[in-house]
Design a protein around this ligand. Structure first.
Ligand SMILES: [Zn+2]
Length: 142
């Protein structure tokens, strides 16, 4: 198993942290009992600006889970879901706009670099993307 590690990163001028955690810790964060029905691979917590990744995941699944949670994070800090009419162009723009920042963070994370990541996206290319002044409340579960 890979060494457990945590990493801070900055996205849209907000300080976030990636934390590898036990299943018990993730259930505690989510406020549920730890049992077979509650198994979390990752959590994206806007309230604490923390991404939790289950420490016991296979490294390949850990990477995929981190990508997934970082996309939740990206959506939370750059986008609004209000009145969003999903279509293929919106999805393509989201993937295109978020790809570099998300993959840079993942690359840094798995290369064991603790370099702080500073990235900004000045003008999201679709009108539906609008910056939120306050972080979203609550958590995203995958
Ligand atoms: Zn999810």
């Amino acid at each position: 198993m890979e060494r457990k590690k945590d990493m801070k990163f900055k996205i849209n001028d907000r300080d976030w942290e990636i934390v590898e955690a036990s299943q018990a810790k993730m259930c505690e964060v989510e406020g549920v009992e730890e049992d077979a029905r509650n198994k979390f691979f990752g959590l994206c917590c806007y309230d604490s600006q923390t991404i939790y990744i289950w420490e016991d995941l296979h490294p390949q699944q850990k990477r995929e889970t981190l990508l997934h949670e970082l996309f939740h994070c990206y959506m939370g800090v750059y986008c609004s879901f209000e009145d969003m009419q999903w279509n293929i162009d919106i999805i393509c723009n989201l993937v295109g706009n978020s790809h570099d920042i998300i993959h840079k963070i993942v690359e840094d994370y798995f290369n064991n670099s603790n370099t702080k990541i500073e990235m900004t996206i000045d003008t999201p290319s679709i009108a539906l993307l609008k910056e939120q002044k306050e972080p979203l409340k609550g958590k995203m579960i995958c």
